[in-house]
Design a protein. Structure first.
Length: 324
């Protein structure tokens, strides 16, 4: 979100300094991942469909500027209980004039699915390529990126850094993920950080090619085979985390939970070896809506609740507008 804001503000001719204590790609950064879901499907929430359409235009502009493919619109396959999220999404998208595909079961690669809904605008974002492109284009438009220094405080017009530097600016934007409450006192006690496992299974040789898929009521979503593995992630909110530096590896019980779901929905993967795993942290707002606005003298983007990445360019424009 910080990079998206820097790109948006620099494009408008603002002088921008972005501060980040870590390298662009690092395991502490929730955005540093192989893949992130992109979708128009949002149940009955039309405002998120509209935001996704704005984000799509932004990702395509970034692709044009950077010469990189970032968004792979392979479709999003959704299923769940009758009348659930997938069918609510289909109704909303059709009412808004968007395309939807209804797929009767059986669905190759899946079990116990009588009917699925495909959001053809959905797919996956190459998260690392997105981060690289955002930083490159922000720099190309004149932004300065300072890495290896951390903000110790942020207030209207000033940011204090841990190297003793004091930055002064017309406006300060805090887009610090799960660290935001440390810099914005109004957020303390309001943002709950949770631990979310991501598992990469080694599929059998005859495993069919799949779309990005999601069974949101059941808590799981995943991606087509990439780098030899199929990623399956738990979207149901995990245990609370307070120590962000210490991040224990994925636990046996977390793997067992995923395998239990796979036995029901993707049995060909259920007993396959685990190729690799990682732990992601969600910064959760109370209602999973984003925190965008002004607080404690700064502009804040926080509480992205595990579903914000897809909106990066659109939210960067929002935060840049608030700052400028």
């Amino acid at each position: 979100m910080g990079l998206s804001t820097a790109w948006a503000a620099a494009k408008r001719g603002a002088r921008v300094t972005l501060v980040d204590p870590r390298p662009l790609l690092n395991e502490h950064n929730a955005s540093n991942d192989e893949s992130k879901v992109f979708r128009f499907a949002y149940g009955a929430q039309r405002r998120y469909v509209q935001l996704a359409k704005r984000a799509l235009a932004g990702w395509r502009q970034l692709e044009d500027e950077s010469g990189r493919q970032l968004l792979h619109q392979t479709g999003l396959l959704m299923f769940g209980p009758p009348g659930g999220f997938h069918q609510q999404s289909a109704r909303t998208l059709l009412e808004m004039g968007e395309r939807v595909q209804i797929m009767p079961g059986p669905i190759p690669g899946f079990a116990n699915v009588d009917e699925a809904v495909v959001d053809p605008q959905g797919g996956w974002l190459d998260a690392r390529a997105c981060l690289r492109a955002l930083e490159e284009r922000a720099l190309a438009h004149g932004a300065e990126v300072r890495r290896g220094v951390a903000a110790t405080s942020a207030r209207g017009g000033e940011v204090a850094l841990d190297d003793g530097t004091l930055l002064r600016a017309r406006a300060v934007v805090v887009a610090a993920g799960f660290h935001a409450p440390r810099l914005v006192p109004s957020l303390r006690g309001r943002i709950r950080v949770t631990r979310q496992p991501e598992l990469f299974f080694d599929p059998p040789g005859d495993f069919p090619e799949t779309m990005t898929f999601a069974a949101f009521e059941e808590g799981f979503y995943g991606f087509p085979r990439m780098h030899g593995a199929v990623k399956v992630a738990d979207h149901s909110k995990g245990p609370a985390v307070t120590d962000f530096e210490r991040r224990p590896p994925v636990a046996r019980k977390e793997v067992d939970k995923a395998r239990a779901w796979l036995r029901r929905r993707m049995p060909q993967l259920a007993e396959r070896p685990l190729a690799r795993s990682r732990v992601c942290l969600y910064d959760n707002a109370p209602n999973d809506d984003f925190v965008l606005g002004k607080a404690d003298g700064v502009v804040v983007g926080a509480g992205f609740s595990g579903h914000g990445f897809k909106f990066g360019p659109a939210l960067g424009e929002e935060l840049a507008s608030l700052a400028l």
